[in-house]
Write a protein that binds this ligand. Structure first.
Ligand code: CRA
Length: 812
């Protein structure tokens, strides 16, 4: 195709009049209503469509440019995307915010009220899902031809509320009223098989034919992913499961057996019904494996379809395609591609294996053994019989390779095998992911190092060059510009222009303003105004935030011990010169994770006791903000003074909230864990509050034996805090939490208590000197530019994907 011919698409207008015309025509012709009878929902939908059209026009040009250059494509496979609200983002990325505000007047609406109708699709749990969203944003911003693949869950992450201080969960029917941002593409529907059996193919030793016992349809739709200040618009393609026509049993329906008539279709549709609400734990449920295979099977066929539109044969496939596996969830893509190539396209095994291995790359996001997925062999055999056979073959060839390198080392073979031979035989997905890919990366320096030296050490011995680190990053557009417009404007003024928004290292220019009295004054005023907006406690108090999933390794319980100790100190000395603090917690606990839910209850019980205590309440407030999600994060982060990143060292793979908070001028109190280490290295030791054991020391304590009671007996304040819980000071809530802290706590909470408390005193010393604090805050922002997802993508592109940008011309 000749680029110069163009696609002949009419350009959409850029004046206020033209935008308003388009808004009205969306309202009349696409919503089928009128100005007089338009509901707020109509106004929202009409606006969304009008904005979407602007991006769709860029999308068409992006597709044309990509088609013309036939580049190496990045396919990002992820079971989760936490995209965040779309309207505000798309107004920004299409530069139509002002036009929209003006045009809405004709409907008698304000942009703010319309924005409230924009529901965020909660198709993810936490860090991993939000990272996927930041990475696709940065891929588009960097002009990388890419498609994200995922699942369009009918119900996203549950909505959390508090009932009597305990977490209650409600389903998240996010698209109940429709989702104007989505383009259905039923023509690209795929067919996915499950169960059944395999049959030999005459004359071929490796080919088999799989006869599935259940057939499900996958229907895609896509959301647009615009780049910032570039023409590129990529897509995220989400699959939804549907029963085939044959799954409706007409004769049963005619016989009045209504439930039975649709039961097969219901079973099919259940595959994409709900997101599993677990974070960092493995859950071996058949439906979850079905989801994974459903995602992979639909996506691979779509990838092959796209490849074959532009290429012939298979020689160029790996050259033109890189598939990034976001954790092990989509790892069955490895045997699935082998199955497609060997069984369906009749390539020989070696050729297929060489293509497969050079197509995939794998990102590992955890170190927690309980989060490394394994599947029971019998389940695999029943659900995906052909894939299990292929995995056995992959394993056989792989173990031969290990045997050749380390002859006679049967222990090593046993450790490395893709099949674990414990009391129950299980498929180890992380091993499969390492064996079947060209590159493996961790998500922060420490995490990548620990992967090489612990969990995946045998693999790193075998293939040292395969292991890399790519430190996570976050979108400065969403988490600075959109979330914190006041600070963004001030930064732009300080730096002279807003080029920093897609070149975040330029924040370093703020360093020279860190001592400028008037700039500091304004910086403080921004933070204060953000706190007033958040309305979670006295805006002049130190806003101390711990916002993340609830997990014992993250140690919300350690923060709580600090709060209880402060409560005791203030009660003992009401006239003391206390630094007023607002401690804000937000986060969800997996519904079946009782220990985490107990911590939530205890936080609320402690908060209520403090609020009811006239002596302590003026100095200390505990707030639990319900239903933490991207939208709420965007409100809390700009208002934070202190960022709590207090996981046991060696447990948090990276963290990304830590980056968002530092970029918004919060100062971190944290352990040497995950990306905290890199934040500290960049912002400087003196601008980071460090405490606690490091990963090496923590491992030593665990090996030599951790005795929490010794800490308890030795430390009177610690003892008092725990005793208060068991004595019923907080209404008898939290005894299990106390038992765990003194008993089996794997996360060494009490070992870090004293060092954490001392460190909090240093925090308060710094806070008492407002100029010092403001300087720290500015320097945190100034030196966090490295944590832009644009840098993360530049790293992936250069070191793992080997892809170059394909800019989309304006005049194509
Ligand atoms: N739970 C890690 O725990 C990390 C994100 C994104 C996590 C975080 O420390 O920042 O991934 N791991 O890399 C994970 O989901 C399956 O493992 C997370 O979000």
């Amino acid at each position: 195709m000749d680029l110069r011919q163009g696609i002949g698409l009419r350009r959409l207008g850029t004046t206020a009049d033209e935008f308003q015309q388009d808004l009205l025509s969306s309202l009349y012709y696409r919503r089928g209503t009128t100005v007089e009878s338009a509901s707020p929902r109509d106004a929202y939908e009409a606006l969304a469509l009008t904005v979407r059209d602007r991006l769709a026009e860029r999308r068409a040009r992006t597709a044309a440019a990509h088609f013309a250059s036939n580049p190496r494509w990045v396919y990002y496979l992820s079971a989760e995307y936490l995209l965040g609200a779309q309207l505000e983002q798309n107004l920004l990325y299409s530069g139509t915010g002002d036009l929209a505000s003006q045009s809405l007047k004709v409907l008698g609406r304000t942009l703010e009220e319309i924005e409230d109708l924009d529901v965020e699709p909660g198709l993810g749990n936490g860090g991993l899902g939000r990272l996927a969203a930041c990475l696709v944003d940065a891929m588009a911003t960097r002009d990388i031809p890419a498609v994200g693949y995922g699942i369009r869950y009918d119900f996203g992450i549950f909505r959390q509320s508090l009932e009597g201080g305990a977490q209650a969960e409600r389903p998240d029917d996010w698209a109940f009223q429709g989702n104007p941002w989505e383009f259905p593409a039923p023509d690209d529907r795929q067919t996915v098989g499950f169960y059944g059996h395999t049959e030999p193919v005459a004359g071929s030793p490796t080919r088999k034919s799989w006869v599935p016992g259940e057939i499900v349809l996958g229907e895609p739709s896509h959301m647009l992913v615009p780049g910032y200040r570039t023409e590129t618009v990529n897509i995220v393609r989400l699959w939804r499961a549907r029963g085939s026509e044959a799954s409706f049993d007409l004769s049963r329906f005619a016989a009045g057996q209504y439930a039975e008539a649709v039961q097969e279709a219901v079973r099919a549709e259940n595959i994409s019904k709900v997101l599993y609400p677990d974070d960092s734990t493995e859950l071996g449920r058949e439906l979850r494996l079905k989801q994974q295979y459903f995602l992979v099977s639909c996506s691979l066929r779509d990838i092959i379809r796209r490849f074959r539109l532009r290429n012939e044969g298979w020689d160029d496939f790996a050259e033109k395609t890189v598939i990034q596996l976001n954790d092990t969830h989509p790892t069955i893509a490895i045997p699935e591609l082998m199955r497609l190539l060997v069984d369906e396209y009749e390539l020989d095994w070696d050729k297929a294996w060489s293509i497969t291995r050079s197509t995939f790359a794998y990102t590992c996001h955890t170190l927690l053994p309980e989060a490394l997925e394994t599947w029971p062999v019998p389940l695999f055999e029943r659900l995906l019989p052909r894939h299990l056979e292929i995995i056995y073959l992959i394993n056989m060839f792989f173990l031969r390779e290990v045997e050749a390198r380390f002859p006679g080392d049967s222990d090593r073979l046993r450790r490395m095998s893709i099949i674990g031979e414990g009391s129950e035989r299980r498929v180890r997905m992380a091993h499969l992911a390492v064996v079947g890919t060209e590159a493996v990366n961790g998500v922060a320096e420490l995490h990548s190092k620990l992967l090489r030296e612990t969990v995946l050490q045998d693999f790193a011995d075998l293939w040292p060059a395969k292991f890399q680190n790519v430190t996570n990053g976050v979108s400065p557009r969403r988490f600075m510009k959109l979330a914190n417009p006041r600070l963004s404007d001030l930064i732009t003024e300080g730096l002279g222009d807003d080029g920093w928004l897609n070149d975040l290292d330029r924040l370093a220019g703020l360093e020279r303003l860190a001592g400028d009295a008037s700039f500091m004054e304004r910086w403080r005023a921004v933070k204060r105004a953000n706190k007033v907006d958040l309305a979670a406690g006295d805006p002049d108090s130190l806003t101390d935030v711990m916002i993340k999933r609830f997990h014992e390794y993250k140690r919300q319980q350690l923060k709580l011990l600090h709060v209880i100790t402060m409560y005791h100190r203030i009660r003992a000395n009401p006239a003391g010169d206390w630094v007023p603090r607002t401690v804000l917690f937000a986060g969800k606990a997996a519904p079946a994770y009782h220990a985490a839910k107990n911590i939530i209850r205890l936080i609320n019980a402690v908060g209520a006791t403090i609020a009811a205590d006239p002596v302590v309440a003026p100095h200390l407030t505990v707030v639990f903000a319900e239903n933490y999600n991207v939208t709420l994060a965007e409100r809390i982060i700009p208002a934070a003074d202190l960022s709590e990143q207090i996981s046991l060292a060696g447990k948090e793979a990276s963290g990304t909230g830590n980056m968002k908070l530092a970029l918004n001028g919060a100062i971190t109190i944290g352990t040497l864990d995950g990306a905290n280490i890199e934040i500290r290295a960049r912002v400087g030791e003196e601008n980071f509050f460090l405490f606690g054991l490091d990963a090496f020391q923590a491992a030593e304590v665990q090996i030599s034996g951790y005795h929490p009671r010794e800490h308890y007996d030795r430390d009177a304040e610690l003892k008092a805090a725990i005793d208060a819980i068991t004595a019923g000071t907080f209404g008898g809530v939290g005894r299990e939490v106390a038992d765990s802290l003194l008993g089996w706590d794997e996360y060494l909470t009490l070992a870090d208590y004293r060092s954490y408390l001392d460190c909090q005193e240093e925090v308060e010393r710094a806070w008492r000197d407002p100029d010092r604090w403001t300087r720290l805050s500015i320097l945190n922002t100034a030196h966090s530019g490295f944590f832009s997802a644009d840098r993360t993508i530049a790293d992936y592109a250069a070191r793992i994907w080997r892809v170059a940008p394909v800019p989309v011309p304006k005049d194509i």
